[in-house]
Design a protein around this ligand. Sequence first.
Ligand code: SF4
Length: 440
Amino acid sequence: MSAPRAFRLLSHPLRSSRRLYTTSTTPLRFASVDEKLSPTVAKVAATVAARGGLSPAAVHAEGPLRNNWLREEIQGIYDSPLMDLLYFGAKVHRANFNPLEVQQCTLLSIKTGGCSEDCKYCPQSSHHKTAVKAQKMLDSGEVMEAARRAKEAGSTRCVLGEGDANCGGRGCLSCFTVLAIVLINYRRRFCMGAAWRDLAGRKSNFNKILGYVTEIRGMGMEVCCTLGMLNEEQAKQLKTAGLTAYNHNLDTSREFYPKVITTRSYDERLETISHAQHAGISVCSGGIIGLGEKDEDRVGLLHTLSTLSVHPESVPVNALLAVDGTPLEKQEPVSIFEMVRMIATARIVMPRSMVRLSAGRVRFLQSEQAMCFLAGANSIFTGDRLLTTPNNEIDDDRKMFEVLGLIPKPPNFEQGSDNPRQAEYVAAANVKTDGELAHA
Ligand code: SF4
């Protein structure tokens, strides 16, 4: 049994309390736990001993920014003792960010449902029979009114995108791809999403979106889009219009991906990410845990993201919210410890990326979310709904920020240019940088 799985069996609140209170004697209870944990304890102990007492999380937390990670290295970090992951994730976080600042994002669907893609977790897919019905796209008045409200509420970045709430912050947890336009109002960033597979045959809608991007950027907010697959030219047009970031999630590992989506390939997703990066646009890309994948698949996802030429500016970590009518409706929810493990590993291997505690946060107590922030998460979605799925109440989030001493992260028009390679891309694409656009 892998380390996280064993840890989960021990630490999941419901399961562990069941184990604590239904066994007849204490010795029997510990015998049972020890039996389940023994292979893990042996594996972790061997790994730690082989490194002179240091876990892989400890070893790699001290390293430089890298995009040449080996999958085994990331697996080692992921399998480190959880308390080491938490500690070293926090250490890396503090070395790269103000740990009290958390980016706040809000998601508004401006076109919901009826997506032609077959993502198994997504209630917006027309392949599944769910309660979500296809709706028409909001008109420009509605979009700009939402942007104005976002601005008044303090937003500084706007995102236009594709997907559903499992889209990684866009709409479904995994993408706002085909049929919807979504407005994401990060209190410091405004995000719009359109659930389209791609922009083919949508010239007039794309032109409208370019106009929204320019107008909202002119209001002084960062703008982000999620519009499905992009070609090179479309990415350049979005950058020229003033786009700050583009969301396109990989969802899971290359190996597990075909078990989740068959209507578009992993390589097509990577191509879109590449087009956005080469246009000088910051990329937001992450995935979903709880789809039925193995720990190795979670590591595979992080390996792909952390070996991109430029790390994504933002990495959403979503916990599946199983929705009735989708093929994954009976999927068991992930535990907070799985989220912490994923977040801390992402923080260590992509130290300068924003790590976003995304869909599924509604299931976690404030004390559990605090662990995620400690492990390295520094962005959340705010608002009562993430497109079609519930999210934490705004008042609850406000109280949580007060209790934990967190503050909203201010806008950063230079995001995405932290990595030296980004400057090369921008120069090659002959487009303005975020900073130039911000100060234009
Ligand atoms: S996740 Fe995005 S692309 Fe997939 S079905 Fe949902 S809306 Fe469509």
